[in-house]
Design a protein around this ligand. Structure first.
Ligand code: 0L1
Ligand code: MG
Length: 262
């Protein structure tokens, strides 16, 4: 690690302030060009610690930058991982207040709920599918705290991978009832199709993102706990939204979820 604890705490406080007050900021690596991956996750961990200390519940985990297109765009080879909160959970069909956010975008995702804990290293798709209770559709709302979404990977990890709001629902299915690779998704904005794709866009199979998360946590002596909900990553590019927009995600065999930005 390159940053001392005081700097990590200061950066966590700053990024969380930006999140809670809908303020943008410049990427933190501008002032800390030497920070490493451990520093980045340590800042995210401190944001998580601050929230839990105030009574926030961690509602689930997430993998980000999991689609081949987005990884290529960012010039990276591994996804990033973060968490979602109880106050980020929006009921299906619910409203999301623009004034609480900076410049939100939506991503269509397959959401896993685990029946058993999963611990890496060595976790693979088979272990993930065996440990999955069910899957369901989810809309992730990302909202980078960095001005104009201009960031690098370490800054994004520190900023809890742009985590903001999420909507889950639709129809649940046990993991072996569907072929997640060929699962079609259609994202609509105000009734028009704005993005579409299939599950294989996420690392060949969305369960791969969960395996990588288990291996990432395993390297830190942690695990995915039984019962965890995990957003496996955007299947298409993220779509920008504004006040008044209605978003609907339709997933083959899994129904639909929607939300409205007000
Ligand atoms: O969930 C995601 O894929 C977002 C990862 C962070 C990068 C971004 O804000 O686009
Ligand atoms: Mg996402």
């Amino acid at each position: 690690m390159k940053l001392d604890k005081t700097t990590i705490d200061k950066l966590a406080e700053h990024l969380e302030y930006c999140e809670l007050n809908a303020r943008d900021t410049l990427k933190i690596t501008d002032d800390h060009p030497d920070m490493d991956w451990d520093d980045a996750y340590a800042i995210q961990d401190e944001i998580r610690r601050r929230k839990i200390a105030r009574g926030t519940r961690i509602a689930g985990l997430k993998a980000g930058l999991t689609s081949f297109a987005k990884m290529k765009q960012m010039g990276v080879e591994t996804p990033v991982f973060g968490f979602v909160t109880d106050y980020g959970a929006i009921p299906d069909g619910g409203e999301i207040k623009m004034k609480e956010l900076i410049h939100p975008k939506v991503e269509p995702e397959i959401v896993f709920v685990m029946k058993r804990a999963l611990k890496g290293p060595g976790c693979h798709i088979g272990a993930v599918l065996a440990a999955t209770d069910f899957i369901m559709p989810g809309i992730e709302v990302i909202d980078s705290r960095y001005r104009d979404f201009k960031f690098d990977l370490k800054s994004v990890i520190a900023d809890n991978t742009s985590s903001s709001r999420f909507v889950v629902g639709g129809r649940i299915k046990v993991a072996d009832a569907v072929d997640m690779r060929t699962l079609g998704v259609v994202l609509e904005k105000n009734g028009e199709v704005v993005a579409l794709g299939a599950g294989a866009a996420v690392l060949g199979h969305p369960a791969t993102a969960i395996a990588l998360l288990a291996n990432h946590l395993g390297a830190r002596g942690e695990e995915i706990p039984a019962g965890a909900m995990i957003l496996s990553g955007g299947i298409t590019e993220a779509v920008a939204v504004k006040s008044g927009d209605n978003i609907t995600l339709r997933v083959q065999d899994l129904g639909s979820v929607s939300c409205r930005f007000v």
